[in-house]
Ligand binder design. Structure first.
Ligand code: GLY
Length: 356
């Protein structure tokens, strides 16, 4: 982006500053380029498994004037209820004991509030529970049995989320298990054991960020997490700043893929801050992926997850939308798709790639 364009996009609007001002508060920054102008369209972006989700989210904003965070939560509910998506909600792959444990969080731009549930069992729509945590408590994170009980208190029903298909995949995995913890190491796209070469450890997740025509933002991320994880493992999806983050003055971002890498990098927060500093969404996503790669190279634990040239061999994709309506996504390695809905409709577009 040229310097002139960048200045255009970043020009301060008086309304933006007024809306963000807290009477009597110290100014958080003297940088006048904190607030981006908005151009009046509704944009919903998600991971590639969310074409229907972004279509629904945009429709809810445009036709029912729903706030962006709630529209995102209702959009991803389609995938949470889909038994064919092995990475989210009902039908998601279980932990190593065969139990489905779900993680989710949502974040509301205008209030800068967030809610999350982690390692929650038996509840098909964790994103909706996260929204209740955000709206009806002064907490941010609820975990495990507490999250489940909270959902039941609000009328969600407990149900078996393990489908026959997911159970069969889990049983197959279990039958090939050995004492070697490295059987499926961090670099899970290429299992260490050749016998598993045709069965990369699957992961998925859905993230959805929504920009409303009035410039307000919201997002959510929901997942069954890393397949066959140690019980109680929490990924990036329920962690604010890692699997999702939004700042109503700047933009919204989220992640899917190897959650530990998004946690260690604070990936979604980093992307929003890069956009605040002037990056396009795609540039910011690529920046975060390169940061992840640098960090992974430093750690012995991540060495099995690197190619011979030292670059990451694990899946991680970031998604972002800026308050001015620009959007983008980048994938760590190889081709990948994200879903987008705007005035041209809902569709898939190709992610930028950090490492070819
Ligand atoms: N990104 C989802 C997870 O790692 O749990």
């Amino acid at each position: 982006m040229s310097d002139i364009n960048r200045r255009f996009f970043l020009r301060v609007t008086g309304a933006g500053l007024a809306a963000g001002a807290v009477p009597g508060a110290l100014k958080a920054s003297t940088n006048p380029e904190l607030y981006l102008p908005n151009k009046g369209d509704c944009i919903a972006i998600s991971s590639g498994n969310g074409v229907e989700a972004v279509a629904r989210a945009r429709k809810l904003v445009m036709e029912e004037n729903m706030r962006p965070v709630s529209a995102a939560v209702r959009g991803v509910a389609i995938v949470e209820a889909d038994p064919n998506d092995l990475s989210v909600g009902y039908g998601g792959l279980p932990n190593e004991l065969g139990v489905v444990q779900l993680d989710s969080a949502c974040m509301d731009g205008p209030t800068h509030n967030a809610g999350s549930v982690a390692s929650m069992e038996d509840i098909m729509h964790p994103a909706q529970v996260a929204e209740l945590v955000m709206d009806h408590t002064d907490h941010v994170n609820l975990v495990g049995p507490g999250a489940r009980q909270f959902a039941l208190d609000y009328g969600f029903k407990a149900e078996n989320l393990l489908t026959d298909r997911a159970r069969e995949i889990w049983l197959k995995w279990r039958s090939k298990r050995s004492d070697d913890d490295r059987l499926w190491p961090l670099g899970d796209t290429v299992p260490a054991d050749p016998a598993l070469a045709d069965e990369p450890r699957p992961w998925g997740t859905i993230h959805c960020s929504v920009l409303a025509p009035d410039g307000n933002l919201g997002c959510c991320t929901t997942t069954s997490g890393l397949a066959f994880k140690i019980p109680g493992r929490i990924g990036d999806s329920p962690l604010i700043g890692c699997g999702l983050y939004c700042d109503n003055g700047v933009g919204s971002a989220g992640a899917t893929g190897r959650g530990e890498a998004a946690i260690l990098s604070g990936g979604s927060w980093l992307i929003v801050e890069r956009m605040r500093a002037g990056d396009t969404p795609e540039e910011a996503c690529l920046f975060a992926l390169r940061r992840v790669a640098e960090q992974a190279e430093r750690s012995a634990k991540w060495q099995p997850a690197l190619w011979k040239d030292g670059s990451p061999n694990f899946g991680l994709t970031f998604y972002a939308v800026r308050k001015d309506g620009l959007y983008g996504s980048a994938n760590m390695r190889g081709s990948a798709w994200f879903a987008i809905a705007d005035e041209k409709g809902a569709r898939k577009e190709a992610c930028a790639v950090a490492f070819k």
